[in-house]
Design a protein around this ligand. Structure first.
Ligand code: GBH
Length: 508
């Protein structure tokens, strides 16, 4: 990174410390109360988790600056512009303005004691039209961010693709529906590895292909807004090929690095004690997680999927060989659980699956407490079962949970001081971390890391800014940030060094 950027960063740190100093002298510091709360809860939790802590983000949800320094349009830019697609007509155009405020946010993480940061690279910043001419300004931006993280003593974990496909590739050949994406993704990956591979050893290729294949291509409730199950399963197959091709580049360009693919899965709890419901729940896991993890770890799609999806593309022996060994650790995103019941003939998001899902049991009782997001119920017990399922089926060397978190019920409507006392989120973090701790200590699951989603309140896709997942509150009108109790709770729980626990973000 250039000298001026380093100086800028140091200046920023100094400004931050000064701001904290002022705050300590008693100028209406936000967050004193939350620290007290979190310390009490740390005592209750009593044990330091046997895995590391990080905070996670994604480029399209935080950066804003969508037309700055040569970034090209993405399929989400297009999708957001269609009325009705995003709650309140929100867009990602500004988001958290991380593109301009990253030094403040990195300084704040350092002062809070966060040692790992998960972020993604925006493909349309690197290749504005998907391939062809590289945009050096895009690479320079990420070099500055990564350099600043290292200066701050924070290890970056970098994802190549978090759903922001260059629109040009959707227009040219239908994006992830076509295998033309495979060499183009590999070229993008190679460009990033070459330019930025020295900054960190922790990488993933693609975030949550289940979500963008089945919601984006299969249902149309995300970009690119297509409603076609054939395209969705083509997407699965093309993601697997693109992942394998990118990892081939990685082995050559980032020797000693570790790479994976972020797969998301809800825990499927059988609705009743009937064996057919147990089978159905297992099938749901195979459809959602097995559709990606089985080809990688076992060389083929699950039999339950092959039997039901008539138009399923094939995993050739060559692809199976390329996928074999293509992940160095299992990267799991996990939030919630659902009840699953057997039902012959049932169609789901993924097509013919012979099961149905509900959020209530046979007596109408919710599976867990409601979060702000409709789909998210608090089910820490499901997290432990989920980790065991992954461990038993795939026996990975290592599991890193690359996302876990919640939107707190009622938070968006709360006045800010109240929103900072996010007790439901503190309890969520406490209970999910405790469940994972049991999975490691009692069940011997090799989980090594836990990333809380998310550092900041951000652009929550179809929900716009109406759902807040941040550990840090963002006032979107002023771009001011304020720690929530949950941020302090987590860093204390993990015994991170809190350089200045009373630190609040500096004002611009
Ligand atoms: C993650 O997805 C994403 O990686 C992240 O970008 C996101 O901000 C975070 O979760 C919080 O949502 O509305 O009924 O159609 C988590 C998996 C899959 C959960 C899609 C929400 C939509 C359910 N997501 N699902 S519904």
């Amino acid at each position: 990174m250039e000298g001026s950027a380093v100086l800028g960063f140091l200046f920023c740190l100094v400004t931050g410390i000064q701001a904290a100093g002022t705050a300590q002298q008693g100028t209406g510091l936000v967050g004193d109360g939350s620290l007290t709360l979190s310390l009490l809860q740390v005592e209750a939790a009593q044990t330091t988790p046997p895995f590391y802590l990080g905070f996670a983000t994604a480029a399209p949800q935080i950066e804003g600056a969508n037309a700055t320094d040569g970034r090209g349009p993405s399929i989400w830019d297009t999708y957001e512009a269609i009325p009705g697609n995003i709650d309140n007509g929100d867009t990602s155009a500004v988001a958290d303005d991380f593109y301009h405020l990253y030094l403040n946010d990195i300084a704040a993480m350092r002062l809070l004691g966060v040692k790992r940061f998960r972020m993604s690279i925006a493909w349309p910043r690197i290749f504005p039209s998907g391939d062809g001419q590289v945009n050096q300004q895009g690479l320079d931006f990420y070099a500055r961010v990564l350099e600043a993280l290292l200066v701050a003593g924070i290890e970056p974990h970098v994802t190549l693709y978090h759903w922001d496909l260059p629109q040009a590739l959707q227009d040219r050949f239908g994006g992830w529906n076509s295998d033309q994406i495979v060499p183009i993704f590999a070229q993008y990956a190679a460009t990033v590895f070459q330019a930025l591979g020295d900054y960190t050893t922790h990488w993933t290729t693609v975030n949550e292909p289940w979500t963008f294949c089945f919601l984006g291509y299969g249902q149309g409730s995300g970009a690119p807004g297509i409603n076609d199950k054939v395209q969705a399963w083509n997407c699965v197959h093309n993601v697997l090929q693109a992942h394998a091709a990118a990892v081939k580049q990685f082995r050559a360009l980032v020797p000693g690095g570790k790479i994976s693919i972020n797969l998301n899965c809800d825990w499927a709890q059988p609705l009743t004690g009937a064996p057919s419901d147990a089978d159905a729940a297992q099938r749901k896991m195979e459809f959602m997680l097995g559709a990606f993890a089985d080809p990688i770890f076992k060389g083929d799609f699950p039999a339950s999927v092959k039997q039901r999806i008539s138009f399923l593309p094939q995993i050739t022996p060559q692809l199976a060989a390329d996928l074999n060994g293509s992940v160095d650790y299992f990267a799991l995103n996990h939030y919630t659980s659902t009840f699953v019941a057997n039902q012959q003939g049932a169609m789901g998001l993924q097509g013919a699956c012979d099961y149905t899902e509900t959020q209530v049991d046979v007596n109408g009782k919710l599976i867990g407490d409601q979060a702000e997001s409709d789909w998210l119920k608090v089910t820490p017990w499901g997290f432990r079962l989920m980790l065991n399922w992954v461990n038993n089926r795939y026996q990975p060397n290592e599991i890193v949970v690359t996302e876990n978190g919640m939107s707190m019920k009622g938070e968006s409507a709360m006045p800010m001081p109240q929103a900072l006392q996010d007790t439901q989120r503190v309890n969520f973090c406490r209970d999910y971390v405790a469940a994972a701790t049991d999975a490691v200590n009692l069940d011997k699951v090799p989980m090594t890391g836990y990333f809380a989603w998310s550092l900041l309140d951000n652009f929550e896709w179809g929900n716009g800014y109406s759902k807040r997942f941040g550990l840090v509150h963002v006032d979107f009108k002023t771009q001011q940030r304020y720690y929530k109790a949950s941020a302090k709770f987590l860093v204390n729980l993990f015994n991170c060094t809190v350089l200045d626990p009373t630190y609040t973000y500096p004002s611009d």
